[in-house]
Design a protein. Structure first.
Length: 245
């Protein structure tokens, strides 16, 4: 098994004890770690936070086990004989420490409520291939991979001008800075007046075809009518000249 990293846990799983000291549950917590060869392993911890075992995530075969040890008998009794290297000779005394039963939560009391397993996060990942990119409204460019992970690969910068109306239009629906517009001030999205981005959308035309075509027809008819007026006036003028002659 190649080395695999696990992030620090927030705390070990806890046993739950009711108000009368009776153990009501025993929990374990596990997470999946991936080594450098993309092999997955299930790592399990006991309720004391000790490593309980490691198994292959696919086959369930044991890879490693936790530490072995021997149980101690509780309660522990400490006896003092009174012998001391100091000049003070105390009387004999014994002290009993009641630590509860080994492997249980007896001796401790807590609220009678269900326990929650702490979140254990693995910072390892399986190998994946690049699938595509997406853009966020804050200018972040995120790469998406086949294992579902995303990663920030770039940020889009925006430029602002003191006088945007002073920009000069060029081919390709682009603009260039002029002395009237001032120099470009480049910054991140949303700061210093750079504005925001509208992602996953296409800018529509600002032309209303219905209204513009109607206006064109009205203009054409008005031109035709004016032409007929000029023609009629010219005919009347020619008739008047003929009468004078």
């Amino acid at each position: 098994m190649k080395p695999a990293k696990l992030s620090e846990r927030t705390g070990p799983p806890q046993k739950v004890s009711s108000a009368d000291g009776t153990t009501t549950g025993n929990s374990t917590a596990s997470t999946v770690a991936v080594d450098s060869d993309s092999a997955s392993y299930k790592v399990t911890f006991d309720s004391s936070g000790n490593l309980e075992g490691v198994t292959n995530a696919s086959t369930g075969a044991a890879v490693g086990n936790g530490y072995s040890g021997s149980a101690v008998s509780l309660p522990v009794t400490l006896s003092y004989t009174g012998t001391s290297a100091t000049s003070v000779v105390p009387a004999g005394q014994s002290i009993d420490l009641s630590l509860g039963d080994f492997g249980s939560s007896s001796g401790l009391t807590t609220a009678a409520a269900n326990s929650t397993t702490p979140t254990i996060v693995s910072d390892s990942a399986t190998s994946a291939t690049y699938e595509g990119i997406s853009m966020q409204s804050d200018g972040s460019i995120m790469a998406t991979f086949s294992n579902g992970d995303t990663q920030l690969v770039g940020k889009i910068a925006l430029a602002s001008f003191a006088n945007a109306n002073g920009l000069m239009a060029v081919d390709g629906q682009a603009y260039v800075a002029t002395s009237d517009s001032g120099s470009a001030k480049v910054g991140v999205v949303g700061n210093n007046g750079t504005g925001t981005l509208e992602t996953s959308s296409t800018e529509s035309s600002t032309t209303d075809l219905t209204s513009d075509l109607s206006s064109l027809i009205v203009t054409q008819e008005a031109y035709t009518a004016n032409t007929k007026v000029v023609t009629t006036a010219d005919s009347l003028l020619q008739a008047t000249i003929s009468m004078i002659r």
